[in-house]
Structure formats: C-alpha cells, structure tokens
Design a protein around this ligand. Sequence first.
Ligand code: SAM
Length: 171
Amino acid sequence: MIVVLRIGHRPQRDMRVTTHVGLAARALGASGMYIASDDKGVAESIRDVVTRFGGDFFVEDKVKWNSCIKQWKREGGCVVHLTMFGQNLPDVESEIKSREKIMVIVGAEKVPGEIYELADYNVAVTNQPHSEIAGLAVFLDHIAPNALHREFPNARVRVYPNPCGKTVEEL
Ligand code: SAM
C-alpha cells in the first residue's frame, strides 16, 4: 500500500499542482492522498475523477502532517520524503520496495526541517530541482507494482488505447 502526504499546500495558489499530485498518485498506483491543508476544491476535483474513472483512491484533507506521519509509523509504515537533497532513488529502491506500507511525502514550498528527521528515507529523483508531480510520478513508476498497468474498477468512463484518435466508453 502506498499513500501520498502533500504538505505545504497554499490554498488557491497550489490548487492545480496539488490536484495533479493526486491524479498522478491515483493513476500510478497509490491508494490515496492526505493533504495537510484545507482547500475543498482540490479534494472535490480528485474525488470527481475517481467517481468517473473508477478505482477506490481516497482523499483526506485538513490532516495535521505531524500526527499523520507519526500514526503511519506507529502502524509499521515506512516514510519516504521526496527531496532533491536526498539519496538517489536507484540506491534505495530495492529496500523501499520491500516495505508493505509506504507513505510518500511531497512538499510545495520550503519543507519544515523536522520532515527530514521523521522520514525513514529522504529520496531524490536526481539531485536537481524540478517538481513534486515529476518526482512522485518517477518514484511510483519505480516502486508501485504495475504502475503503468492498473485496473480501475467501477468506472463510468473507460478510455481504450488508440494509435490515432480517441476511444471512450461511457458505462
Ligand atoms: N525549494 C523547496 C525546498 O527546498 O524544499 C523545493 C520545492 S519543490 C518545487 C516542491 C517539491 O518537489 C519538493 O518538496 C519535493 O517533494 C519535490 N521535488 C523537487 N525536486 C525534486 C527532486 N529532484 N527529487 C525529489 N523530489 C523533488
């Protein structure tokens, strides 16, 4: 089980990026996302995609990041913080893959120093600056089983591969 914890979200300003963090998480194999902020629109947009495109991805907002992380660790979960300053993903990938419950933390602006201490792994997807969406997508591609071949049950809309054009089924 992999969940994402989004911290540092600034209401309105980060709405689009946080929504895309959630959509990438869902599409690439995470089970759900915790958002340490109160921005109703984000949770609603992601839930709307879940309703239409299927699966059982959860979104919980207004969480307190500190207690969310500590609770996860109490339950035996592993905590991975994505940061350009961390160890490179290929060097820790197999250790992380062996864990059953993984929480992936992604930031927005500067991340509180405490996060680096709370994390079991501070992981870089290259040591170059880029974005939380890119970092999360590459991480899940490496860590989530079958990230690119997932089933999304109970969908109202299904999109089928098409070399040129769009094949969409409304169920
Ligand atoms: N300047 C901020 C800092 O010092 O924390 C970085 C903000 S960056 C725009 C937002 C988030 O993207 C980071 O908190 C981190 O989770 C993710 N990120 C950016 N580059 C990354 C990288 N090379 N590897 C892993 N995650 C990265």
